[in-house]
Each structure stands twice: as structure tokens, then as C-alpha cells.
Write a protein that binds this ligand. Structure first.
Ligand SMILES: *Cc1c(COP(=O)(O)O)cnc(C)c1O
Length: 363
């Protein structure tokens, strides 16, 4: 069955490691002698407590999350956090955002409902083809936080460094599409958050990693309790029913990452996959890479032929030979190959073979 699988280049939900899917299948009807599926289990049961406790411990090990940070497993997707972030972090009502794509723009629009939001950088004019250098960032020293999107899934750009904000301004990062792809110095961030469905597991669980001192400023008298990180932290992500099955699969993915050698091994594989593709793109002229060279994402590689009809033909013919979801996002056009942790290097080699053939046939 596993050998009938195709290379799925979807931006998300995206491929999961085959050993993880096999574990899900083998444990589906009877999880470790409990006589039931994880899906059927009370979130307050002893056996489920083991799952969520070990998942958090594994995430702390894999990302070397220091003491002094809480880990939350929430529902509502990354997009719900676009509102939760200003609601939890605003004290004076000022926040600064780097606009580097669709998702940071959505987060910015949401934050504008809550306070005075300053644009610290925007690459909108050039079609979000780049992320800022540290020097290009204009962050107010009295902002309550500074917000970035670490990897821009749609445009195929990624911060190659950890931005530094003025002293006392916590850095908040959406890492939905590059978490677990490299080591991160969590201590440089006030908040790191990510929807799971790109690089961590199935849709439905969102991880929020938040520094302790940032909790407790939420305006609970007016705002929905479901968005209050402190309540969620105090209740161990169980104020209400957490996304139980998604947390279990995340735990299996983390176990797989550890077996593969951790996030350093993921980083080496990501460099290999994306290096193969960018080297190929740089050595030919049929396809044009979309992202500026210094901002290229290791997770989402965007390119185009310059001819919409040819781009459509590419995605269609690739699908016919076992490579799905290569069509670019509607706002960018062209092609996008999303190559997260679970994408084997062979998938990228297969793609490059096809790109060469397609170029030769259509040049
Ligand atoms: C997919 C994505 C989102 C949106 O996630 P949802 O879970 O669909 O809300 C936000 N940010 C980034 C970087 C993403 O890739």
C-alpha cells in the first residue's frame, strides 16, 4: 500500500511520514490495550494523559524549549492566533508587524482591530518576494511585541536569521510552515506558534509556545476565554476538549523526528531537498524562481515558466506521473513545490527529472 503512494507537494495539509501513518493504522482499533481508538478516548483518562504528557515532553526535547515557557495545544488553526496574539500581548496597545506575505498580512489586519499597529517592513510592492534584513526592520522601542512570519508558505520565502527586536519587545513568530525543520533558539522569542498541518501533523491542532512572563495580561472580563493563553496554560490545554487525535499524531511525528536524528537531521535534509531544486533552477532558463535569492524558503519552492497556460500544463502532467499539488497559490500563480520534513529526497529528484523533461518538450 505504501508503495502506491504519490509524491504529494501540497502546502498543507501535507505529507506525513509513512511510519507515522502505519502506527496510526496499527493502533487505530485498540490503542495499547485500552480496547479503544485514541479518537474514542476521554481526554481526561489516564491513558490519554500519558499521550499528551509525552507529546509535550517530546516537543520540549526536540525544540530544546527552555524552562520558563509554556506549551499549549489549541484548536482553531494558526488563524485563530492572529486575534489571540494581540488580545494576550497588548498592554499599551502598540504592536509592530513585518508584512512578508498573505499570512502576516492577515495577522496584521486582525491586530489592527485591537490597537495601533505599525508596519515595521513590507515587501508588498515587490510581490512579497523577500523578507527583510535586520537593518531594514523599523520596530518601535515601545511596541508591546514585534510580529513576523518565519516562513511564507505562499510566496516561498523564509527568514534565514532570527530577527532582533529592541530590548524588551518580545518577538512573536508564526512558524506554521517551518517548525521542526531546523534548530531554533527558543529563548530569542516571546511566542512561537504553528498550525500542525504543514510540518507537524494533521490539521486541527495548533501549538503555542509562550514565555511565562507574557501570560496573565488578557482582558478576561471582555474577551472569549477560549483565546486566553493563561487559562489554557493553567488547565494544561484542557479547559475544554483539546484536539485529542491531532495531539496523538503530533506525538508520533515527534518520535519519528527523534528517531531520524532530531531537528539538525531535519535541517540537513531540508538543505539537501531545497538545494537540489534551487541548484537546478539556477542552472537553466526555462523556469524562473519567484523568491529573491537571499530569502528563499527551504520548505516551499516557487517558480514559473512565465506562461500561465504552460504552468497549468505542468501541474496537470506532473499529477499524471504521481506528483500532486504543484500548482502555485492563486495569488502567485506558477508552481510551488512544498517539501516539508516528510518529503523524501527521491520525491525532489523525481520532480527535477520531470522538470527537465517538461522543459525539453515545451521550450
Ligand atoms: C497555513 C498557514 C497559516 C494558516 O493556518 P490555518 O491553520 O489554516 O489557520 C498561517 N500561517 C502560515 C505561515 C501558514 O503556512
Amino acid at each position: 500500500m505504501a508503495d502506491e503512494r504519490i509524491y504529494n507537494f501540497s502546502a498543507g495539509p501535507s505529507m506525513l511520514p509513512v511510519p507515522v501513518l502505519e502506527r496510526c493504522a496499527s493502533e487505530m482499533l485498540n490503542y495499547k490495550g485500552s480496547g479503544m481508538s485514541v479518537m474514542e478516548m476521554s481526554h481526561r483518562s489516564k491513558v490519554y494523559d500519558g499521550i499528551i504528557t509525552e507529546t509535550e515532553a517530546a516537543l520540549r526535547r526536540v525544540l530544546s524549549i527552555p524552562d520558563g515557557y509554556k506549551v499549549l495545544f489549541l484548536q482553531g488553526g494558526a488563524s485563530t492566533q492572529f486575534a489571540a496574539i494581540p488580545m494576550n500581548l497588548m498592554r499599551t496597545g502598540k504592536a509592530d508587524y513585518a508584512l512578508t506575505g498573505n499570512f502576516s498580512n492577515n495577522a496584521y489586519k486582525e491586530a489592527c482591530k485591537f490597537g495601533d499597529i505599525h508596519v515595521a517592513f513590507s515587501s508588498k510592492e515587490s510581490g512579497f518576494d523577500r523578507v527583510p534584513t535586520q537593518q531594514q526592520l523599523d520596530v518601535r522601542p515601545d511596541a508591546d511585541y514585534f510580529y513576523i512570519c518565519a516562513n511564507n508558505t505562499i510566496y516561498g520565502t523564509e527568514f534565514p536569521y532570527d530577527p532582533v527586536s529592541p530590548a524588551g519587545v518580545p518577538l512573536v513568530a508564526d512558524m506554521s510552515s517551518n517548525i521542526l525543520s531546523k534548530p531554533v533558539d527558543v529563548s530569542k522569542y516571546g511566542v512561537i506558534y504553528a498550525g500542525a498541518q504543514k510540518n507537524m501533523g494533521p490539521a486541527g491542532v495548533t501549538v503555542v509556545i509562550v514565555r511565562d512572563d507574557l501570560l496573565g495580561h488578557y482582558p478576561l472580563d471582555k474577551a472569549p476565554v477560549m483565546l486566553d493563553w493563561k487559562t489554557m496554560a493553567d488547565k494544561g490545554s484542557m479547559y475544554n476538549t483539546p484536539p485529542t487525535y491531532g495531539i496523538y499524531v503530533l506525538g508520533l511525528v515527534l518520535e519519528w523526528v527523534e528517531q531520524c536524528g532530531g531537528v539538525s537531521a531535519m535541517q540537513a535534509l531540508a538543505a539537501q531537498r531545497s538545494g537540489l531544486l534551487y541548484d537546478y533552477l539556477d542552472g537553466q532558463s526555462f523556469y524562473q524562481p519567484v523568491a529573491d535569492k537571499g530569502s528563499r524558503s527551504r520548505m516551499n519552492v516557487t517558480f514559473r515558466t512565465g506562461d500561465d497556460a504552460l504552468d497549468a500544463k505542468f501541474a496537470k502532467e506532473a499529477a499524471a506521473v504521481g506528483m500532486s499539488n504543484l500548482k502555485g497559490h492563486r495569488s502567485v500563480g506558477g508552481m510551488r513545490a512544498s517539501i516539508y520534513n516528510a518529503m523524501p529526497v527521491e520525491g525532489v529528484e523525481h520532480l527535477i527529472d520531470f522538470m527537465q523533461r517538461f522543459a525539453a518538450e515545451n521550450a
